[in-house]
Design a protein around this ligand. Sequence first.
Ligand SMILES: Nc1ncnc2c1ncn2[C@@H]1O[C@H](COP(=O)(O)OP(=O)(O)O)[C@@H](O)[C@H]1O
Ligand SMILES: [Mg+2]
Length: 309
Amino acid sequence: MEAIREAIREAIRIERLSKTFSNGRKALDEIDLRVEPGEMVALIGASGSGKSTLLRHIAGFTASDAQPSQIAILGRPIQQNGRIVREVRSIRRDIGFVFQQFNLVNRLSVESNVLIGALARLPLWRRLTGRFPGAERALSMAALNEVGIGDHARERAANLSGGQQQRAALARALVQRARIVLADEPIASLDPESSRRVMEMLRTLNVEHQLTVLVSLHQVDIAMQYCPRTVALRRGKVVYDGPSAALSPALLKKLYGDDARELLDEASADSATDHADNNANEGDTGAPAQDTAPTSTRYAFALNPAHSS
Ligand SMILES: Nc1ncnc2c1ncn2[C@@H]1O[C@H](COP(=O)(O)OP(=O)(O)O)[C@@H](O)[C@H]1O
Ligand SMILES: [Mg+2]
């Protein structure tokens, strides 16, 4: 019975969420959003559209405006009506974070950083003595190997590249046995190859480990490549929520006006209107996008006729 109830529960449920900062800036404006368990959803929007603010609210790091509203994680409210619940820490155990800053403890080894994920599940005395059971260490190594950085387990986190640090954060989510991953522009400062690896790992967590993934992204082509569903924010409002495949340059222009450029690449934004009508004539190679290909080519692939309407 419990299993059935669990199965029908949304992973993330947001109702009427608004956030006005003390300077009067309305960063979130009546957001309603539901994410089902097992989904991999992209959150897109130009900078300043509210992506980070929304993710921070879902994580219970920031309280919303004090009007009737709710965010629930797997059926448990994490904040309501502008108040973060007292059990926030316990609810956060279900969430793995891949945020740009404060991801890892720099002075600790990579392995220790990943083991931190297991802490929440360990009895208090073990947390206090800092002694991890062998099983936890084995799990950490398995997770580090899975994300491809097992060789770096003993290094200090500070010595890892940006992409490796993001992968360590994903290993930590696995060790933590998180059920939801919130990733805030995890590839924003990475080169194409590192970006691809991080996105592939997110996909592995989603497909093979059944984690629900909500990932904010700057580029629409990446959203289309990895996430079946996209939620698009503009000025704190959800302006689109649906299949990523339907996000043609023309639709983006309609949703974002000139801001669409920021979500496409400059080159593809320029040609967006030119190509919008021609998409149906472009061949679908079925091949994965090449990291080495010019971004405009990558984008052309992402908008292949199989996806655009
Ligand atoms: N702590 C804050 N105080 C005041 N304004 C903020 C704060 N954090 C974010 N904002 C504003 O809220 C809006 C949304 O910001 P943010 O969520 O960071 O957008 P994004 O992540 O999409 O770039 C922006 O206008 C930003 O300037
Ligand atoms: Mg942000």
